[in-house]
Write a protein that binds this ligand. Structure first.
Ligand code: PLP
Length: 362
């Protein structure tokens, strides 16, 4: 038995994992370019902090004041402006739980990060999906979709699965016109990968109450398994989020690893640099192969393929390369592929080059 409204939500299907592919296909080398993790591994400073963990028998200090102060300080904010989550996924869900009720609407782009639609539906509210324009958020159309029932707007910047980001001008125009009563959730899971034109959205929380900016340690810090996300907002919004947040949602290992990672500017710089080199290599190779890809501000590319995306996904999987099919992301005809190490990128391009004639003939 379940709530009748749950029947409207698609069954949960876990993403393809290295372990599962190894079990099913028995391949020796499996490369996962499906979830936009950091191919360089984890922040060494986070790993060092994790190595000295003790006192797991005790609940940790759930206020995490020092860590929240540390996150807030670069922006001139305070601990009261920071909420911590079991990954930023949890914070997306908490935001919906805090605000949305049956009959409410949440505006979001399509395709964008699929969780926004899910958490909205879980609250019995209605996701209002606004198509991307030229693969990017269409701020005017999103504003036009805001109505009397709109409680929340999600903006994913850079957007997953397209990698596109809003310009500073576009942000300004959007913020000027978005009604103050609407809660704005800006998901910047890939912020650190943006180029110079990308907007750091955290300062928005100082000028616009009702704004929640989300970040994660799962991507550039290489800590996806640790589950640590964080968000910035005005103190009142953080207070509401804290009422919904379950106690001890952030484990002691997650908090200590995150504190270590925050001091690891060198790892972040190395990761940005490696991503830049990967972008240069892959964009040249995709062009050479005659494949169109969407220019990215993140650590993945959406690449157009000349056959159904799931066919291309299956063929790459059979060669031990796990990517994401656009069919699963509302981006048909595309694969979303994480930028890997040099070696992984070469393996990927080699496989695509071999498969392309079959895909073109399909
Ligand atoms: C846009 C976006 N937001 C949030 C997340 C989730 O991150 P976390 O691991 O912090 O829950 C992802 C992960 O893929 C993402 O792409």
């Amino acid at each position: 038995m379940s709530r009748p409204s749950l029947a409207k939500i698609a069954p949960y299907v876990p993403g393809t994992s290295i372990e599962e592919v190894r079990r099913k296909l028995g391949l020796e080398r499996i490369v996962k370019l499906a979830s936009n993790e950091n191919p360089l591994g984890s922040s060494p400073k986070a790993m060092a902090a994790l190595g000295s963990i003790d006192r797991l028998h005790l609940y940790f200090d759930d206020a995490h004041t020092e860590l929240r102060e540390r996150l807030a300080a670069p922006y001139g904010l305070k601990a009261e402006n920071v909420v911590l989550g079991h990954g930023s996924n949890e914070l997306v869900n908490i935001a919906a739980e805090m605000l949305l009720e049956a009959g409410d609407e949440a505006v979001m782009a399509a395709p964008s990060f699929s969780l926004y639609r899910l958490v909205t539906a879980l609250q019995g509210a209605t996701p209002v999906e606004v198509p991307l324009r030229a693969y990017a958020h269409d701020p005017d159309a999103m504003l036009a979709a805001v109505g009397p029932r709109t409680k929340m707007v999600f903006v994913c910047d850079p957007n997953n699965p397209t990698g596109t980001a809003l310009s500073a001008d576009a942000w300004e125009r959007f913020l000027e016109r978005l009604p103050a009563s609407v809660t704005l959730v800006i998901d910047q899971a890939y912020r650190e990968y943006m180029d110079a034109g990308g907007v750091d959205a955290v300062p928005v929380v100082s000028r616009r109450p009702n704004t929640l900016v989300l970040r994660t340690m799962s991507k550039i810090y290489g800590l996806a398994s640790l589950r640590f996300g964080y968000g910035f907002a005005d103190a009142e919004t953080i207070g509401w989020l804290d009422r919904v947040r379950l106690p001890f949602n952030v484990s002691r290992p997650a908090a200590l690893g995150a504190a270590g990672a925050l001091e690891d500017a060198a790892f972040v710089a190395r990761s940005v640099e490696a991503n830049g080199r990967g972008k240069a290599y892959l964009s040249a190779e995709y062009a050479r192969l005659g494949l169109r890809m969407i220019p990215t501000q993140a650590n993945f590319y959406a690449v157009e393929v000349p056959c159904p995306a799931t066919r291309a996904y299956d063929d790459l999987l059979a060669r031990g390369i796990i990517v994401r099919s656009g069919d699963a992301l509302h981006l048909p005809g595309h694969l979303r592929i994480t930028i890997g190490t040099e070696d992984e990128n070469r393996m990927l391009i080699g496989a695509i080059e071999e498969l392309l004639p079959q895909w073109r003939a399909a």
